[in-house]
Design a protein around this ligand. Structure first.
Ligand code: GLN
Length: 485
């Protein structure tokens, strides 16, 4: 069953809607109701959400309208519906991470990014589906069933933030938030034909993001356009005293840089990510070459660059991320959160709760990580992976001496069929081979749609930059958006 029904996402962009609401030309209430209607008509097919928070959204919209009536500016996201990945804490609203183990849990506080969305006048509209605890690349590892790609309901939306990507692609919300530990914003953005930005590690607060791998996790925006992605990023970026890894430095908004073009920009096409053992499908490779040509036509100086250690990113990631996950997920013990399966002793209760509460991929990661950290194996696995991570940082540093921005595919293929890779974890892991290196380095990267593959489905290309280069990345992405077929 693969019914193709086109990029559904039609509807006004966030910038346009916020301008209309701020000026009083439209009410936030009407904007929210329009999006709730779209959700009602197609959510049954797409399943982007774990929960649509309609009542709260209407209430928030009314507060925005009241502000406008009273002559107060509600902020840059005035009345814009924003879908939130369901691993972001929302006060009083279930936050499940698409896992049974969090069943019934309602956080007593909002994640900082959620508070910032509200403070900017944005309207949270629901919690989006994900791979359980953000572990996966297809949103099939959800305890609540898969999300489907709005471009072709027989295919995956990518993952783990598949619900957030699909929500924007389907027009359910002009903006959404996801989290990216190894590619979970960029890869679904590519597969759903939307823009997705993973910011620099520490630039967006992770306070209230349920941790997967704390040295890699980062929150970031999805949007239908580069300008809309910049709008949301500018609203959520900056230092947060609640997150000890947050960068204590003033935030520079990216939106003012968007029109600067690519003239004189030095762009390196990562050779390891275009040919050799990591080569993408030929149709994806052609789109990357076309993107390089488009940047050159806009005045960029384009050349090839080698980032040799990128070859080992995937292997290092699958030791570091599970190691951190095995530690982070120890807190789900049947006592502190959600699900408890009773048993005669505490130990048996914990075992029963975790056995019933976690799905197979989460259990696999916990076991891999515990093994990688165990005495006797620590040096050979975890220690070695950390050394590879250092090599990756050094190789990127060398590349950024010669280039401002690097270019690669986001994902090896377009969206694959639901079920095609779910029995083969290794094949699934390969989806993130181009996205993982930036997480290991802590650098920002953006995926921007750039045409379609042989099957007519969206292809995304990835732009990578050094720490805090979000402005340059979004500005380059805007050039590609302009040139996209
Ligand atoms: N797909 C990768 C994984 O399964 C990355 C996930 C993510 O970025 N959250 O770990």
């Amino acid at each position: 069953m693969s019914s193709t029904s086109g990029p559904p996402g039609a509807g006004a962009g966030a910038l346009e809607l916020a301008a209309a609401v701020r000026s009083g030309a439209r009410t936030a209430r009407s904007v929210v109701e329009e999006h709730l209607e779209r959700i009602a008509s197609r959510e049954g097919d797409v399943h982007a959400f774990n929960e649509v928070t309609s009542a709260e959204a209407v209430e928030a919209a009314d507060a925005v309208d009241a502000a406008v009536r009273e002559g107060r500016d509600p902020g840059p996201l005035a009345g814009v519906p924003v879908a939130l990945k369901d691993n972001l804490c929302t006060r009083g609203v279930p936050t499940t991470c698409s896992s049974r183990i969090l069943e019934g849990w309602r956080p007593p506080y909002d994640a900082t990014v959620v508070s910032l969305v509200r403070a900017a006048g944005g309207v949270p509209i629901g919690k989006t589906n994900l791979d359980e605890f953000a572990m996966g690349s297809s949103t099939e590892n959800s305890a609540f069933g898969p999300t489907r790609n709005p471009h072709d309901l027989g295919r995956v939306p990518g993952g783990s933030s598949g619900g957030s990507a699909a929500a924007v692609a389907a027009g359910f919300a002009p903006l959404s938030l996801g989290s990216d530990t190894g590619g979970s914003i960029r890869q679904p953005a590519a597969l759903c034909g939307v823009v997705g930005l993973k910011p620099t590690y520490g630039r967006v607060s992770r306070y209230g993001l349920v941790a997967f791998a704390s040295s890699l996790d980062q929150v970031g925006p999805f949007a239908g356009s580069v300008a809309d992605a910049a709008l949301l990023y500018d609203a959520i970026g900056g230092h947060d005293a609640h997150d000890s890894t947050s960068i204590p430095r003033a935030f520079e908004p990216t939106s003012p840089e968007l029109g600067l073009g690519a003239d004189g920009l030095r762009v390196g096409v990562i050779s390891e990510m275009l040919d050799g053992s990591l080569a993408p499908g030929p149709d994806v490779a052609r789109r990357v070459s076309a993107a390089a040509e488009a940047l050159a036509a806009a005045g960029a100086k384009v050349d090839e660059v080698s980032v040799p250690a990128a070859n080992y990113g995937l292997s290092a990631y699958y030791l570091i991320a599970p190691a951190e996950a095995s530690s982070n997920l120890a807190r789900f013990d049947g006592v502190r959160y959600g699900l408890r399966v009773d048993a005669p002793t505490t130990g048996e209760m914990q075992r029963a709760s975790r056995t019933a509460g976690f799905g197979p991929e989460v259990k696999r990661r916990i076991m891999l990580g515990t093994y990688a950290l165990s005495a006797g194996y620590y040096d050979a696995y975890y220690g070695k992976a950390l050394r590879v991570r250092t090599l990756i940082v050094a190789d990127f540093a060398a590349a950024y001496e010669r280039f401002d921005v690097l270019l690669s595919p986001t994902s090896p293929t377009t969206a694959f069929e639901i079920g095609a890779k779910s029995d083969d974890p290794l094949t699934m892991y390969l989806n993130d081979v181009y996205t993982i290196p930036s997480n290991l380095a802590g650098h920002p990267a953006v995926s921007v749609p750039f045409g379609v593959g042989d099957d007519g489905l969206p292809v995304g290309v990835q732009l990578l930059g050094p720490a805090l280069s979000e402005g340059t990345l979004l500005r380059s992405a805007a050039v590609l958006e302009e040139a996209a077929p």
